[in-house]
Design a protein around this ligand. Structure first.
Ligand code: GLU
Length: 511
């Protein structure tokens, strides 16, 4: 049996949308599960929509997510070139074959003629305003005009296209792994343009020819391509490739968070979440759209989140490492119905993955960030302790960095509500007594906390009564990570300095 080969075939028309990234991921996972190859083919035959930089962006985004292709414009394989604009001659050959077999034809209609055709069909009450087996006989093409006439028009520079000759009455059937059998009547399929006057093929022709030549076994793509599939199936038949036709799997749509319609950049902007995996700069407006990466999402968390958009493993768990996804993925478990894009769930995944990271790894990251972004020098051991204390409390790494600053700089802001509620003469004496009793040789958090408790017990004060006040005096906030950890990281001298610094401020608030 030939080995599984799948492809992700983006058009470089802009930044890769998150839905496209999901399509790429499903292709990658299917390839890995089947021990096959994952190919990226750049479909750049539409010169009008070409955006420079998009190709690199797409490949960078896949690398970042951890789903680098086995063959692409960057990693050459046996089936290159992997950029369609470099395969022009190949398509010409197949168009010739279709013309010779009378399965395609030249059309020289002007834009006005095409518009008049649509108007006529509309007047006649037709729903499909298609160039098809019926309407083509009233148009200017090689089926209605003589060979000489067509040649004359083309040589005089008139624009022409080559169209697929779709049969009038035929059932087109194909199997879709997600949807089961799909049957479409050819009367609803239009005579798609295969080659344009610029000599470049359209998506339909290039896509089918390349899937065949690149030995693609499964076409996994978004549901928006389902209506094109019948034309593709016909092309396979016309080119004599029906027996080797790839299997199709059209993935369910990603819907807006409210479930109303397809997820779009506009919807994402409105709801305040990224649509692109990495920062994307619009070449016309210069506007930068923040990516998932820059927003602080971890690639493994995003991959896990995306994998579950449409795929239901039917297992009693949600956290899957990329390796587990690769081992468990199956197209049979991909559902048909559209799936809502819930950014809260993406945040939850990020939190889970952040939580799982080991403290030393996070500590290393923190040491670097503190130094480069805040000019703060921190020992790895301390940074690891801080990471341990903070990682369960934040969703993103940059929040951890932000929250760690308080361990190095005295708070600039104090929670006045807590001060008003908890601060008193007794509280002040309690804090002062605590720092008086605190020996600078005590370094363990629990031991410092014990000193606090013993001091207050000796004063006949319940230690719990001023615990929150102690916290506010040290960090400014009424809540936060474990107090023992805070005490340990700050150490006795800094605790004393901060309490001495806070008390006069507390007095002011209380006045
Ligand atoms: N170039 C098409 C796109 O931009 C590819 C669709 C397909 O996978 O066949 O999505």
């Amino acid at each position: 049996m030939s080995s599984t080969r799948v492809r992700f075939a983006p058009s470089p028309t802009g930044g890769l949308h998150i839905g496209g990234l999901r399509t790429a991921l499903f292709n990658y996972l299917f390839a890995r599960k089947s021990k096959g190859q994952f190919i990226v083919r750049i479909e750049d035959t539409d010169q009008k929509r070409f955006v420079s930089g998009a190709e690199n962006y797409i490949l960078d985004a896949l690398d970042w997510l951890g789903i680098s292709p086995d063959e692409s414009t960057r990693i050459n394989g046996e089936y290159g070139p992997y950029r369609q604009s470099e395969r022009k001659e190949i398509y010409q050959e197949y168009v010739k074959e279709l013309l010779q077999k009378d399965l395609a034809y030249y059309a020289v209609d002007t834009a006005e003629e095409l518009e008049a055709m649509r108007e006529r069909l509309k007047q006649a009450g037709m729903v499909n305003l298609h160039y098809n087996s019926l309407s083509r006989m009233t148009m200017s093409n090689s089926l209605t005009l003589s060979k000489e006439e067509i040649e004359n028009r083309i040589s005089s520079g008139a624009p022409y296209v080559i169209r697929l000759k779709v049969p009038a009455k035929e059932e087109i059937r194909f199997k879709d792994i997600v949807r089961g059998f799909v049957v479409v009547h050819s009367s609803t399929v239009d005579d798609k343009v295969l080659l344009k006057s610029d000599g470049l093929p359209t998506y339909h022709l290039a896509n089918v020819v390349d899937d065949h030549l690149m030995k693609i076994t499964h076409v996994i793509r978004g549901e928006e391509w389902l209506p094109s599939a019948p034309s593709h199936v016909l092309l396979y038949k016309y080119l004599g490739w029906s027996d080797e036709m790839p299997e199709f799997a059209h993935l369910p749509l990603l819907l807006k968070p409210d479930g109303n319609g397809k997820l779009s950049k506009r919807a994402a902007d409105k709801a305040g979440f990224p649509i692109f995996p990495l920062n994307w700069t619009d070449s016309e407006s210069g506007v930068v759209s923040e990516g998932y990466k820059e927003k602080g999402y971890l690639p493994e968390a995003l991959a896990n989140f995306l994998a579950l958009l449409g795929w239901n493993p039917g297992l009693d768990k949600e956290i899957f490492s990329l390796e587990e996804l690769e081992n468990n993925f199956s197209l049979e478990k991909v559902g048909k119905s559209g799936t809502k894009f819930d950014i809260e769930k993406a945040r939850w995944f990020n939190q889970q993955y952040l939580n799982q990271k080991n403290d030393l790894e996070l500590g290393n990251w923190l040491v670097k960030e503190l130094s480069t972004k805040h000019a703060i020098t921190c020992e790895l051991e301390t940074a690891s302790k801080i990471s341990f204390a903070l990682k369960t409390r934040v969703t993103f790494l940059h929040e951890m960095l932000q929250e760690s600053i308080v361990f190095f700089e005295k708070p600039s802001h104090f929670d006045e509500k807590v001060i008003k509620k908890k601060y008193s003469e007794e509280g002040k004496s309690a804090l002062k007594a605590f720092i008086n009793n605190l020996d600078n040789s005590i370094t363990e958090g629990e031991a410092i906390k014990n000193t606090y408790s013993e001091t207050l017990n000796n004063l006949n004060i319940n230690p719990g009564k001023y615990m929150q006040l102690l916290r506010v005096s040290l960090t400014g906030a009424g809540g936060g990570p474990d107090l023992g950890v805070i005490l340990e990281i700050l150490g006795p001298q800094e605790i004393k300095d901060r309490i001495n610094f806070a008390i006069p401020l507390f007095n002011k608030v209380k006045k």
